[in-house]
Design a protein around this ligand. Structure first.
Ligand SMILES: *[C@@H]1O[C@H](CO)[C@@H](O)[C@H](O)[C@H]1NC(C)=O
Ligand SMILES: *[C@@H]1O[C@H](CO)[C@@H](O)[C@H](O)[C@H]1NC(C)=O
Length: 343
């Protein structure tokens, strides 16, 4: 057993120094991860000590330096966000998290870090993840108890990041997703609408897609509830919805809003299939433009822009007068497509 000291030093102006002393066994599973929280920054790591795997300490600010196991870390969240990235469905394969370029302000993940919710699986997903600020939604493979310990969150939460507002909701209980769960997720947004209206740009992050050409596809009840939320609440400046679950990239647009399935993040590639048919619907590795062949069963497919069966991440850039969404192929490092949203 060794003694580990985590020392977090605050900015000079605040002058705060926090020391948290934690006794651990030799095995550090992952970390430190840095979560954006209402009360500051939650530095989190996992190591075995008896039955206690998870350790966290919260620093009441977002710009500070700290040392962890003798190594220096800098935690920075700029006042003006210029870029964040979205990835999803790592499923304990760190191939893409370990090689992430870090030219972004913070990262958002849409769930399924593990395969069966276990600590060892989270540890594989994040063992070599760069220490940059994070936000996470829960996926259907993630155990709510373990997710909360990692993230310090319930499955539905709101987080403001400077002038951006994020609603994280969880809508699944069973396959297909259950309408009552959708209602609870939407109700969470409605109950907390006052939090989002103060943000210049609002994003919804939910593991299950609103629209998708993947195996799971669109879920009509959920799609319509989200569409209704957008229509009924123009005061909430919803720009895009980010999802995962289907392991491929898919983009839809309705009016000025975008809906993204953010591409496989490590957990294999899914085909473009609608399960109501049980067969591959589109014999292609990419699709472009509206899909209307099976309109009765594929709700919202007339809104389709592009789909790729690829490992991708979505990069959200704030530029003068517009938001630019870039879809980056993680294997070739090429931007497959840019979508512009005037603001
Ligand atoms: C953190 O350290 C870097 C140098 O490594 C320094 O430039 C920066 O000002 C420090 N930040 C804070 C908040 O102390
Ligand atoms: C959390 O992780 C532990 C350890 O891997 C595992 O045994 C447990 O089933 C997981 N789920 C919950 C809800 O704790």
């Amino acid at each position: 057993m060794l003694l580990m000291l985590i020392a977090i030093s605050g900015s000079v102006s605040v002058g705060t120094i926090i020391h948290a002393q934690v006794t651990l066994s030799r095995q550090l599973f992952y970390g430190p991860l840095s979560f954006i929280h209402e009360e500051g920054t939650r530095i989190h790591w996992a190591a075995r000590f008896g039955s206690k795997y998870y350790h966290s300490t919260t620093y009441p600010g977002s710009n500070f330096n700290y040392t962890f196991q003798g190594k220096q870390y800098e935690n920075v969240l700029p006042d003006q966000i210029s870029k964040f990235v979205v990835m999803t469905d790592i499923h304990q394969n760190n191939q893409y998290t370990s090689t992430m370029t870090t030219d972004y302000d913070f990262a958002v993940f849409c769930g399924d870090y593990s395969s069966s919710g276990k600590v060892a699986e989270f540890s594989r997903a994040f063992s070599k993840m760069p220490t940059k600020p994070l936000l996470m939604a829960m996926g259907n493979h993630d155990e709510p108890g373990n997710f909360s310990q990692v993230n310090g969150r319930e499955k539905n939460f709101f987080q403001k990041v400077r002038n951006l507002g994020f609603y994280f909701i969880h809508v699944q209980q069973g396959t297909p997703i259950v309408d009552a769960e959708v209602d609870r997720g939407i109700q969470f947004i409605l109950d907390n609408i006052n939090l989002g209206v103060q943000s210049d740009h609002v994003f919804i992050v939910v593991h299950h897609p609103v629209f998708s050409t993947g195996e799971f596809g669109s879920h009509q009840y959920f799609s319509q509830k989200i569409e209704q939320l957008i229509t009924d609440h123009p005061e909430l400046k919803i720009r895009a919805t980010f999802s995962g679950h289907d392991h491929m990239f898919s983009a839809f647009q309705k009016g000025s809003q975008f809906f993204f399935v953010n591409g496989a993040g490590g957990g294999g590639i899914d085909q473009m299939t609608d399960p109501s048919y049980g067969v591959r619907q589109w014999p292609s590795e990419e699709l472009h433009g509206p899909q209307s062949i099976v309109a009765d069963n594929c709700y919202g497919y007339d809104l389709h822009l592009d789909s790729w069966m690829k490992f991708t991440r979505t990069e959200i850039n704030f530029e003068p007068g517009k938001i630019v969404y870039n879809v980056r192929d993680l294997d070739s490092d090429v931007i497959l497509k840019s979508y512009e949203q005037p603001i």
